[in-house]
Design a protein around this ligand. Structure first.
Ligand code: SF4
Length: 391
């Protein structure tokens, strides 16, 4: 595994990040109202001598009506709008490119400043519209099968940059036939490890779930992690959303190779955190993601080992056919191997599905997101660094 971190660099980058956020999202000292949770917005108005309920009005305009122009928020008085424009704005992501797949999948590239960019993918299905969003510019965790990991890490995205992906998708896609916004489900499975950007993750979750903003059901929001154990516990206390875990191997020797963070939080520690999470939320099922790599983790013995780990627990397995990308050593398991692996799990009473690959003609399939990450921060993976990076 390549070593990439230093805590001092993370903090320097985080600090630069905050400054960049202010400048890239607004001119000079203006506060970007996008991404601010309700309590922060209320405080913003109270500090300016306004009633806290102004926060609720703004939230509805931004997230439910998709409005970014303060002048268009017509239930605010003209004088308030004028004052507001001096100190605040609603600055939304800048689309650099959009690609449409033949299967209806859409991929956007959003600028994150300084030549960096992140990707977001919309996957339409008859019953839902799922948006796969990014939480970091690149990723430091360096999973062996992942295009984002191969890119390295630049910085955490701000809450505005994360929720802005949902805002942009809803504003640029047609409404559903029932009149609902296009995005019905959100999964944190794009670029980055969301639990390593914890503070912003929680702010965004609040905006996704609150009735004043998007009002999505908790079952329709999924956080996917490679296994930062302390933050799984923290998330269990802070937010009751669906949890997916990138497992990909059922023994530590193989998982150390595929998912290097396993060296810090090995499988038994990770699973114990998962069962604690499930217990806090009425034993809601945890989804274990398992990428199918030919002759690496796809034998029936591997399936038996996986089944033994999770049998009798609130767990389901989602098998992901590997999506190749340039310079990677792995190949996809055959369709027949995947079918037999899934069947073996089911014979062992494990709920198992296989993810349908979508958007592979535009490199939007699972594990293929790369964005643009050129200005990399070197990060050494350690428990201490992860704690500090996600504080
Ligand atoms: S799989 Fe997730 S955690 Fe691992 S390198 Fe890719 S983005 Fe990071």
């Amino acid at each position: 595994m390549k070593s990439r971190f230093s805590s001092a660099m993370i903090f320097a980058r985080e600090h630069a990040n905050r400054e960049l956020t202010t400048t890239m999202t607004a001119s000079a000292e203006k506060v970007n109202l996008l991404g601010l949770p309700k309590t922060d917005l209320e405080q913003f108005f109270v500090e300016r001598g306004e009633k806290p309920y102004r926060a609720r009005q703004i939230l509805k305009w931004i997230y439910q009506h998709g409005v970014s122009d303060l002048d268009a928020m017509t239930d605010l008085s003209k004088s308030l709008r004028t004052t507001l424009k001096d100190s605040a704005c609603v600055s939304v992501p800048v689309e650099e490119a959009r690609q449409d797949s033949v299967d209806g999948t859409v991929k956007w590239l959003f600028s994150s400043g300084s030549g960096q960019a992140v990707e977001t993918v919309f996957i339409p299905e008859p019953a839902r519209g799922t948006l796969c969003i990014s939480s970091q510019v690149g990723c430091a965790l360096d999973c062996a099968f992942c295009a984002t990991g191969a890119q390295g890490f630049n910085r955490n995205l701000t809450a505005a940059e994360i929720i802005g992906q949902v805002w942009h998708a809803n504003n640029n896609l047609p409404m559903r036939s029932n009149g609902e916004p296009a995005v019905t489900n959100v999964v944190f499975m794009g670029m980055g490890e969301p639990l390593a950007n914890y503070r912003n993750l929680v702010a965004v979750l609040e905006l996704l779930l609150s009735d004043w903003s998007y009002g999505l059901s908790r079952r329709r929001v999924t956080v996917s992690t490679s296994g930062i154990v302390p933050h799984i516990d923290r998330l269990g206390d802070d937010c009751n959303v669906a949890l997916a875990v990138s497992l990909h191997a059922a023994n530590n020797r193989l998982r150390n190779r595929l998912v290097p963070i396993n060296k810090l939080h090995p499988i038994d520690e990770l699973l114990a955190a998962c069962w604690r999470y499930a217990k806090k939320h009425s034993n809601r099922f945890i989804t274990f993601e398992y990428v199918m790599l030919r002759d690496v983790n796809d034998s029936l013995a591997n399936a038996d080992e996986l089944a033994a780990l999770i049998r009798g627990k609130p767990a389901k397995v989602n098998l992901i056919p590997f999506n190749p990308f340039a310079g990677n050593e792995f190949t996809r398991s055959s369709a027949e191997t995947i079918r037999r692996f899934q069947e073996r799990l089911r014979e062992r009473n494990i709920v198992a599905t296989t993810r349908k690959t979508r958007g592979d003609d535009i490199d939007a399939a699972c594990g293929q997101l790369a964005g643009k990450v050129s200005d990399r921060v070197r990060v050494r993976l350690s428990k201490k660094n992860l704690r500090m990076a996600s504080a």
